[in-house]
Design a protein around this ligand. Structure first.
Ligand code: HEC
Ligand code: HEC
Ligand code: HEC
Ligand code: HEC
Ligand code: HEC
Length: 367
């Protein structure tokens, strides 16, 4: 099974490259390569799957309760139910954001991305354009809706809805726009995700610098897994709309453990001298972690065939010691008679839960 974000059914180029250069003693545990690691309820399970994997409770609000002010609420229940659980819906309500906002002198520098006007009203969003330093403008009504439906979908005329299909409907004019087609959809995400400000790192810049689009990747391919469901709903329950191919607006992120695992592949390299090196490689489309105050801690234990501990160590990824795209970090352990490395990895975020959460455990055999 290909990684969910790889369009082709063959392994993606970078990963294939990685596997081909494995020395004879190197054993790969490419996390996320096999469906076995995903679990049956994974949202990544493919088209048709709507059962979301349980999210980690990291202390953040997990659902926007009051959506009554949304202009789309009566007719797009399926999409709205996804979106209201995303960080986008909570971008204004988020207590951590509100706390940070209360400490800034110029609020205007913080609002454009958290409560934007429709992007097309303030930004020239030509798909394929690579530098986007202009920030969206803030709106002053319905702030509680954060990054709302209209922010991404409403055209500059304030009436036409942009989308991937260009469907005919009496509800509103629609227009097919490349910003909603998977190959070029990153243009929708880059205006807000390419600036480093406050605790935020502009990961969009990494994405562009490493030419992920050239590799056939987009933000939506990884963060909005494909699903099939009706896209519209009738408040009176009279009309049933057809199922359509779409992408989940719930947005996969650091709260989804299976998704976090996909950021990394692990390999172990053994030598005849009794040392073993754990190699961690970044498989995300940008650096990890993507925010200050967030860290990944990999703990490795080298054991012999009886499970006796020979050596142990830790590898920490944070804002300073981050992993760039396709970057690797290594941890070497030594001990006579080593049989395997047992690894676990924790994701930590300041102010979000105690001690972080373990999102990965693995055993890599040496032979
Ligand atoms: C260019 C767009 C942009 C601007 C301007 C912006 N932010 Fe954000 N903000 C984001 C994005 C994107 C994220 C999500 C980053 C992530 O999850 O990695 C975010 C997340 C946050 C978070 C983290 C929320 C959490 O629960 O972890 C805080 C706090 C925050 N921003 C505060 C601010 C403050 C304070 C300002 C003004 C100084 C500001 N932001 C201006 C785009 C922006
Ligand atoms: C009165 C009901 C109604 C309202 C209000 C409404 N929509 Fe729609 N919308 C529909 C229907 C019906 C369709 C077509 C569904 C189908 O054929 O499967 C549609 C289609 C769409 C599409 C697909 C566009 C394409 O590519 O063809 C998008 C995107 C969309 N709506 C977004 C929105 C957004 C965003 C809002 C709020 C600003 C909104 N809609 C408000 C009923 C509505
Ligand atoms: C209008 C600005 C804006 C646009 C456009 C935008 N985002 Fe965001 N995004 C944000 C903000 C703000 C946050 C953080 C909200 C918070 O936590 O307070 C965020 C958070 C996120 C997160 C972190 C999720 C989590 O659960 O922690 C991901 C992933 C993300 N966005 C992906 C995307 C993708 C993919 C697109 C394009 C389809 C996109 N964003 C478009 C502003 C934007
Ligand atoms: C951060 C930007 C963003 C926000 C906010 C957003 N959308 Fe979308 N939407 C997209 C993108 C990108 C696509 C194209 C996904 C794809 O490849 O099919 C899309 C696709 C759609 C579609 C077509 C079917 C599908 O799922 O692909 C509908 C309908 C839609 N959105 C409605 C909404 C509604 C209603 C809301 C608010 C509840 C909303 N969107 C919020 C970016 C956004
Ligand atoms: C190849 C898949 C892939 C692509 C392409 C990709 N991402 Fe990610 N992204 C991930 C993974 C996996 C994570 C989880 C690791 C993490 O949270 O640091 C992640 C994390 C994030 C986060 C949260 C960062 C943090 O530390 O909290 C944001 C925000 C984000 N991505 C935005 C984007 C945007 C915007 C784009 C397009 C410009 C994009 N991503 C492209 C896989 C991808």
């Amino acid at each position: 099974m290909p990684l969910p974000w790889k369009r082709a059914s063959t392994p993606e180029p970078s990963l294939r490259r990685g596997l081909l250069c494995l020395p004879p003693l190197l054993l790969a545990s490419a996390l996320g390569l096999g469906p076995a690691r995903l679990g049956p309820a994974s949202q990544d399970a493919g088209p048709g799957s709507t059962a979301p994997e349980a999210r980690i409770d990291d202390g953040r609000t997990s659902r926007l309760e009051d959506v009554s002010a949304s202009a789309c609420v009566g007719c797009h229940a399926p999409v709205l139910e996804e979106w209201r659980e995303s960080a986008h819906a909570l971008a204004w309500k988020d207590e951590r954001y509100q706390k940070a906002l209360s400490k800034v002198r110029r609020e205007e520098s913080c609002t454009g991305c958290h409560i934007p006007e429709p992007l097309s009203s303030s930004l020239p969003l030509a798909p394929g354009a690579s530098t986007r330093t202009t920030r969206p403008r803030a709106r002053d009504e319905h702030k509680q809706l954060g990054v709302s439906c209209s922010a991404c979908h409403l055209a500059a005329d304030g009436a036409t809805v942009l989308g991937p299909f260009g469907l005919e409907t009496d509800a509103h004019p629609t227009r097919r726009d490349p910003r909603f087609e998977v190959e070029t959809a990153s243009a929708t995400c880059l205006p807000c995700h390419s600036t480093t400000i406050g605790p935020v790192i502009g990961v969009g810049k990494d994405f562009i610098a490493s030419d992920q689009e050239g590799l056939g990747l987009s933000c939506t391919e990884c963060h909005m897994p494909p699903i099939r469901r009706p896209i519209a709903s009738d408040p009176e329950g009279q009309i049933t709309y057809p199922e359509r191919r779409g992408r989940s607006h719930r947005i996969l992120g650091p709260r989804d453990p299976a998704f976090l695992r996909r950021a990394f592949s692990l390999e172990v390299e053994g030598t005849a001298q009794g040392s073993a090196t754990l190699v961690v490689t970044n498989r995300a489309g940008h650096r990890v972690p993507g925010m200050t105050e967030r860290r990944f801690v990999f703990r490795a234990r080298l054991v012999d065939a009886h499970g006796t501990l020979l050596d142990e160590g830790e590898l920490v990824l944070d804002t300073r010691a981050y992993l760039p795209v396709e970057g690797t970090r290594q941890l070497t352990l030594s001990g006579r008679g080593a049989a395997r490395i047992e690894v676990d990895a924790r994701h930590e975020a300041t102010g979000l839960g105690r001690g972080g959460h373990v999102f990965l455990t693995d055993v890599l055999a040496l032979d």
